[in-house]
Structures are given as C-alpha cells and as structure tokens.
Design a protein around this ligand. Structure first.
Ligand code: CA
Length: 416
C-alpha cells in the first residue's frame, strides 16, 4: 500500500509539474514538437558534470550496472530548455469550458473514433483482459499524446538528470532517473530511444518511469514493454492495467450529466457527499433526458463551474481516472471524450462563459482573504483544491449565497 501511495504521489507530482492551480492544460502532454531552431542545445556545465559523477555512485549503489550507467549518460548535457519549461509556470489557468473545448474538440472526437477503428482488435483484447472499456483507453491516449501523434522528443535521461541536478524538486526527479535507468537495464528500450516530455512522461500514454516500472505490461509478447514505438499496443494495455489496478469497474460510467431541480441544496454537491442514484432521484436529480439515473453505485454531484454550469453525477470510476491526473477538468475530459468516441452527444448545459479564470495572484488572494475571514483554506498555495472549495462553500452559506463552492471572481470581489 505504501508503495502505491508513493507511486501515486510521484505520478501526481509529475503531472502537476507546471501547474499552479488546476491547470489541466498541462495534461494535454506533451507539448507540440519544438521548432528545431528553437531547441536550446545541451550546454556544457561544469557543475552538472560534477553532479553526474556523484550521482553515478548513488545509482550504482541502487543496483544500476556501471556499463548501463555509462552508456545511458554518453553525450548527456545540461538541458537549459527543460529548466526553462519547468520555470514557466502558467499565470493563467484555463476555465473548465475552455479546457474542454480543446480537450474534447470535434477533431479529437473524430480522430478518436478513427484510432479506435484502426486498433479495434487489439483494444478488444485489452478490454477483455483488463476489464477497461476500449473507449476509455482510447480517450486517455487522445489526451496524453493526441493518439500517439505527440509522444515527446526530449531525451528522458538528460531531462531527468537536469531536473534532478537543478534541485527544485531534485529528490523526486533523482528517483525517476534511477527508475529510468532500471528500465534501460531491463532491456525495454535503448537509452537513446527513451524520449518523452520535458518532465519525463513517456510514450503514447505518458507514463513516468516509476509508473512504468509498477504498471507497464508487454502485451505484444515480444519480451519488451515498448510504450515508445509506433505500435501503441503495449502503451494502451499498460494504461488499462493501470486503471484496472486502481479498481476500474467495467460497465460503470465515470459520470452522467444531470439536471438539478429548482431549489436544490447546493450544500449537497462535492465529492465528499455520496448517495445512491435512487436517493438523488428522490431529491429531483435527473439525467438530461429527464429520467432517474440507473443504479451504478453510490455517487456524488459535481458542479465544477458552480450553479450556472453543468452538473455531473460521478461514480467510483471518476476517482480511478483521477489516478492519472487529479484535476476534475482532466477527469471530465477523459470521461466525456470516451462517451463521445462511443457515439454520445455533447454536454448539454451551458457554462458561465462570461467568467474568466482567476490568475495565480488572485487565487492566492482568495485563499488569504477567506482564511482571514475565518474560512480556512488549509494553507495558501494558489491551488483551488477540495479545502478551498469547502471554504468558498462555507463563506457562501454564511453570506446567504448559493453554496456551490465555485471560486469565482465575484467571490473574490465580495471578499475585498
Ligand atoms: Ca512488447
């Protein structure tokens, strides 16, 4: 269990590397291939070379063979481009509707249906083996690499070594670097072919090294777990294995768009409150066709943009997708893209499109002002997480507002 928690923390850290708040745009990893002229060439760096010499001893002590280490580090240099990307924290966070417009665009839906058709046989076998629907696996593939189009071209050993040396989150990246060397040592991939995002997420479905070691599978049966090459089979099976490991329930939706009745008590929204679909139906919650939602197990009501946006009844599978990336917007995008690939329609409700996202300084200010007003956000980190949402909700309730937990600019202005 401890191992799993560590891996999860590592995965979250990697997916959240450049996110200030929920910044799910970073989940559309990896970035487009950089223009060759813009690539900052690895530069000689004396301190970096000294660090490698010290790290070599630590890696060998962890069981990496000297010949494997030396081959992997041949030609490796300090990669300034990686650090530049690590430093470029996005000032703006996308609203969920802007994010979904990109993540579940008509093009991504069309390409997803084509990709599924092209790989249907292997996706059927993966679904039969791991019990994860092929549309869900395909949707994650679509968000992580645009169905294999953008798998990342950064040399992973060099990127992780640079990040480990840089030290902002050095311990985490040194651990990932050791795991990357273990993957090379196991013979899954030659070091020069081990490419990925600037933060070390690799292949079709963007596994970081620790997740690869724990969950990647050889589905083709050739003795190598190849998530990097043209053939996506091992990567797609590895994603299904990952979701299965975290408790995916086949046949259960991730969530269902619902309508809430006039006068609905928004204090009942949020992931902490779970009821059976039958109990929700008794409170007037219906699907968009006006029917009670079938019983897929206990569920919560999520209103990611407050009372003026779409509402979803979410089931346990929602939390399984969270293991890939904890941002609600990411999970909704994966689930909704899967539904669309399967032939479903768009989200029916409107979003409060006149609102803009809070900037980083505003998110921090919101937390400071809520805390000062007696509604603790459990710390000031600029991230709108469950504690900040709960604080917003408590503030709204105390001030006679709809307690939907939506951290909007209106709330910040009221607090000022
Ligand atoms: Ca294989």
């Amino acid at each position: 269990m401890r191992a799993i928690v560590t891996i999860l923390a590592a995965l979250w850290a990697a997916t959240a590397t450049s996110s200030a708040a929920f910044a799910p745009e970073t989940s559309l990893r990896p970035e487009p291939r950089p223009d060759a002229s813009a690539v900052v060439r690895a530069s000689a760096n004396l301190g970096f070379d000294r660090w490698i010499a010290g790290f070599r001893g630590r890696a060998l002590a962890r069981g990496i063979r000297a010949d494997v280490f030396d081959a992997a580090f041949r030609g490796i240099g300090y990669n300034a481009d990686v650090i530049a990307r690590d430093r470029s924290q996005s000032e703006f966070t996308k609203t969920i509707w802007d994010y979904l417009d990109t993540a579940v665009s008509a093009t991504r839906v069309t390409n997803g249906r084509k990709a599924l058709a092209r790989h249907r046989r292997v996706l059927d076998r993966i679904e039969a083996t791991y019990g994860v629907e092929k549309e869900v696996v395909t949707a994650i593939w679509g968000l992580e690499s645009a169905y294999g189009t953008f798998r990342g071209t950064t040399p992973v050993i060099e990127a992780l070594a640079t990040l480990a040396y840089d030290g902002r989150r050095g311990r985490f990246f040194e651990g990932q670097l050791i795991d990357a060397l273990k993957i090379v040592q196991a013979g899954d991939i030659p070091p020069a072919a081990m490419t990925g995002s600037w933060a070390g997420a690799m292949g079709h479905t963007q596994f970081i090294p620790s997740s690869f070691l724990a969950y990647a599978v050889d589905f083709t049966g050739d003795g190598r777990r190849d998530i990097w090459g043209e053939d996506p089979t091992d990567a797609l099976a590895s994603t299904a294995a990952y979701l299965a490991r975290f408790g995916w329930t086949k046949g259960q939706p991730w969530g269902v768009e619902v309508t809430l009745p006039r006068g609905f008590d928004y204090a009942l929204t949020g992931e902490r409150i779970k009821k059976s679909p039958r109990d929700w139906a008794a409170l007037g919650v219906r699907d968009t066709a006006g029917r009670a939602v079938p019983n897929h197990g206990r569920a919560s009501i999520l209103v990611p943009a407050g009372a003026r946006g779409a509402a979803f009844m979410i089931f346990d599978n929602f939390h399984v997708i969270e293991r890939y990336n904890t941002a609600d917007a990411y999970v909704i995008a994966v689930g909704h893209l899967a539904d669309r690939i399967a032939g479903g329609g768009p989200i029916r409700a409107d979003w409060p499109r006149g609102d803009r996202a809070l900037m980083a300084a505003e998110r921090t200010e919101l937390q400071e002002r809520l805390t000062a007003a007696g509604f603790s956000t459990g710390g000031i980190d600029g991230r709108i997480g469950p504690k900040t949402i709960a604080a917003v909700r408590a503030y709204q309730r105390a001030n006679g507002l709809v307690p939907d937990g939506y951290a909007s600019l209106d709330i910040l202005k009221r607090l000022r």
